[in-house]
Design a protein around this ligand. Structure first.
Ligand SMILES: *[C@@H]1O[C@H](CO)[C@@H](O)[C@H](O)[C@H]1NC(C)=O
Ligand SMILES: *[C@@H]1O[C@H](CO)[C@@H](O)[C@H](O)[C@H]1NC(C)=O
Ligand SMILES: *[C@@H]1O[C@H](CO)[C@@H](O)[C@H](O)[C@H]1NC(C)=O
Ligand SMILES: *[C@@H]1O[C@H](CO)[C@@H](O)[C@H](O)[C@H]1NC(C)=O
Length: 381
């Protein structure tokens, strides 16, 4: 009996593999995250296992998500999910729960606020665990071999919005023009794209700061996405991946501050999160504006905490200087349209009458960050 079963299986395997591999080219080309420097998420579960990621579940459909969740040591920020065939198909973050934040009246509240659940979900078996999950293909395709013959594209983005991802998810448009008007356009950041935040406004209640934001490239194609949560999580000395951490003075790192409500300007308000790239970050259409001036004097500091372990980085190197020379110019530029045409081969600066110092600053920041961090590279284990 077993023998027959396994020979049938062995016969089917090549067909199965052929069908599945037809879908590989359809995967997002970028799919990477920043562990100090950009590095790709393992595209296959075998690669993840080689990199010491450990599988967290044995059954494809769990009470909280679908697919096989993998975790690298104690990292709780970027847990890849593989489908039944071992292809990278999603990503989950576990959100720290022992934090306090603020509501729209500047009153202290427990985080994460229930207003953002979903898409933040409380663990069904462990009520202390808060997660948020995105899939790169329709959640129906994660655990269903019956869909094999119709090999799915891996180029999608679906945010899980309930315990059954097949029924409860939000499909993110691949083109910016198809976004609902509730997604508010914010800044363009080189290597990241133009940011969109859900229903942010002057009237937004701070407890409703939506945990998902999107980034589209200069051609309006979905390029990346990120998580944004209120709070200031503790980073253990051994954390491999770091959250970006911003405060009111540094919100312009990702937000258009003119769109933010007063409660977010409460000096104690904190936001943290992480970016996940779907497209290659260094494509031309991921640029906003060419850089052309040398670094001005440092004025403020953005904390983008980075790994301590194995990096040799001293504590002072956590803080990376962010250059800002002309606040007024920055405010002015925030009001301008931030979508820029892709870079041509022409030398920059010859045709741009008004220099966009914000973009330059941000580019410099990202550039400096990448240069510095490339020296802290996390060892591949
Ligand atoms: C996106 O919008 C265009 C019109 O602007 C429409 O033709 C197209 O069907 C939309 N795509 C989706 C997936 O809704
Ligand atoms: C959008 O934000 C406004 C102002 O905070 C709020 O009244 C409205 O209910 C929100 N809409 C949705 C769909 O979240
Ligand atoms: C909350 O704090 C901010 C910044 O300090 C202030 O502008 C705002 O008016 C405060 N909101 C309330 C409701 O007190
Ligand atoms: C973009 O980055 C990838 C790796 O992150 C690298 O292999 C590639 O050569 C880079 N391309 C350019 C044009 O810099």
């Amino acid at each position: 009996m077993d023998l027959t079963m396994s020979s049938v299986f062995l016969l089917l395997l090549p067909i199965w593999t052929a069908l599945v591999s037809a879908g590989v080219d359809d995967m997002w080309d970028g799919l990477n995250i920043k562990f100090g420097k950009h590095r790709p998420l393992p595209k296959r579960k075998e690669d993840a296992e080689k990199e010491n990621y450990k599988r967290q579940n044995d059954i494809c459909r769990t009470d909280n998500y679908h697919g096989f969740l993998y975790r690298l040591e104690d990292d709780s920020k970027l847990l890849p999910i593989y489908d039944l065939n071992g292809y990278l198909s999603g990503i989950q973050a576990i959100i720290p729960s022992d934090m306090k934040g603020y509501n729209s009246f500047n009153e202290s509240i427990e985080l994460p606020p229930h207003e953002i659940m979903p898409p933040v979900l409380v663990g069904k078996s462990d009520i202390q665990t808060y997660t948020i999950t995105a899939y790169f293909k329709h959640p129906q395709l994660l655990c269903s071999p019956t869909y094999l013959s119709n090999v799915p594209t891996g180029k999608g983005l679906y945010i899980q919005t309930g315990y059954d991802p097949i029924k409860h998810h939000e499909q993110i448009p691949l083109e910016a023009k198809n976004l609902s008007s509730l997604w508010k356009k914010a800044l363009c950041l080189t290597t990241m794209g133009t940011h969109y935040f859900y229903n942010v406004s002057r009237d937004m209640q701070c407890e409703r700061l939506y945990p998902v934001f999107l980034m589209y490239d200069s051609e309006g194609q979905l390029a990346a996405f990120g998580w944004s949560f209120q709070g200031e999580p503790y980073e253990g000395p051994n954390s491999i991946v770091s959250w970006y951490q911003i405060r009111p003075e540094t919100f312009y790192f990702i937000f258009d501050v003119n769109q933010l409500p007063p409660c977010m300007l409460n000096p104690n308000f904190r936001v943290f999160g992480v970016h996940i790239w779907l497209q290659n970050h260094n494509k031309t259409n991921m640029r906003c504006n060419p850089p052309s001036t040398p670094a001005p004097q440092p004025r403020t500091t953005v904390t983008y905490k980075e790994p301590h372990s194995g990096s040799g980085a001293g504590p002072n190197e956590d803080k990376l200087g962010f250059e800002q020379s002309d606040k007024d110019q920055i405010v002015k530029n925030r009001r301008s349209d931030n979508i820029q045409p892709p870079l041509s081969n022409k030398k920059s600066g010859t045709n741009s009458a008004v220099p966009n110092s914000l973009n330059k600053c941000l580019f410099l920041f990202v550039f400096v960050l990448r240069t510095i961090l490339s020296q802290f590279s996390v060892q591949n284990v």
